[in-house]
Design a protein around this ligand. Sequence first.
Ligand SMILES: [Zn+2]
Length: 387
Amino acid sequence: MLSTLSLTPSFGFGDRLGLATPGHIAAAKGANFAPIFAQQSVRENARTGRTPQQVLDDAQRAVEAAHWDAPWGADADHLKSPDDLPPFVAAGYTFYTVDPGEYVDNAADADPLPVLQQKAIELNWDELSALYLNGKCEAVFGTFDPETLLRAAVKYEKAVRHTVGMYRRLALMKDEFDFEISVDETDSPTTPLEHFFIASELTRLGVRFTSLAPRFIGRFEKGVDYLGNLAALDAEMAKHAAVAAHFGTYKLSLHSGSDKFSIYPLIARHWGERVHVKTAGTSYLEALRVLARLEPGLFNEIYAFSRQHYEADRRTYQVSAQLEKLPERGDLPALLDDFHAREVLHVTFGSVLAQFGAQLKAALERHLDAYHEGLRVHFQKHLQFLV
Ligand SMILES: [Zn+2]
C-alpha cells in the first residue's frame, strides 16, 4: 500500500530503468526497513527521459505483481523549486525531498567577520540572536557564540526560508506527506551545531519534516564506499544522532548510500531506528553487471561510450575517478568492482540511456531473472550491514 512512512526506518531504492523493483522487493522482504520503491530526482527524470508518473507506475506494477501488501513510499527526490512539485503531487508521491542547496552559502565557513556581518543584514539577526544566544542551547553537540551563530545563519538561513516556502506550497496541494530537507550535495559539511540550527529553524517556522540529510564530512561519492576518516566520521555521526534525538521528531537521512558498507555499522550504532538511506545508481550498475556477464558485446560498447562522456557528465556529481586509471577492458564482470570503472559508468547513465536506452532495456529484459537475483543479493548485503 502506497503510503507515508513517517518515522519508521526506511530505505530508498532508486530504479532508473524501471525494471529493478522485483529485485528490490525480494531484498526488502523480511527486512526491518520500510521500502521506497519509487525514488527519482528531477535531475534523474531529465536524464532518463522518464516522468514522475512513469517511475511510479513501473514500481506500482511490480508491487502488484509481487503482492507486496506492506506500506511502501514514493520519493520525489531533490526538488529544487516550487515548480518541480506539481507532477509529483499529481502522480501521488508520498515523500518529498527538498534540496535548497542553491541557497546554502558555502563561503560562510571562511568569510571574514565583516563580510559575514554584511551578508547578515538581510537576515533577522536580532531575532536569531535572541533565540540562540540565550544560553539555552547547551548540549553535547555544542553551543552557539555570536560568531558560530553568524556563520550558521549566513550559511543556512536562506536555505531554510526557501524550504519553508516549498513546504507551504506543498501543504496547499496535499494533506499528508513525508517531508525531507537535504543539503547533502553542498560543498561544505554541516556541523552538528549547524544541523541543530536547521532543524530548530524549520521546526520554529512550522515545517513538519520527517527526515533531514546533512552534508557529512568526507566524501560520499556515487556507487563506491566512503572516502574519508572513519574515526572522525564515527564521532560526527554520534553528534548528529544527538541533535536528532534532541528534537525526536525526524530521522537522519543518508544520501548516496550505495555501497557505503564501511559506514553502515556506524549508522546502525548511532542512529538506531531513526534512519533513512537512499540508493539509486547501484541498481543501474547491477544492470550493467548482468550485461557484462551475459551481453558482453553491448557492455563493451557502453563502456567505451561512457569513457568518452565521463568528463562532461561528471560535472554535477561528486566523483574522483580518473580516466587514465581505468582498466582498458578488464575482466568481465569483475570490471564492475573497479572503483574508477564504477564511477565512470555511474555518472554517465543519462548519456548512455539517450544512446543505448532501448538496446540496454531489451538486453536486460532477456535476463530479468539474473538481474533481479543480482539485486536481491546486492541489497540484502546493504540491509544486513544496517542492522
Ligand atoms: Zn542526495
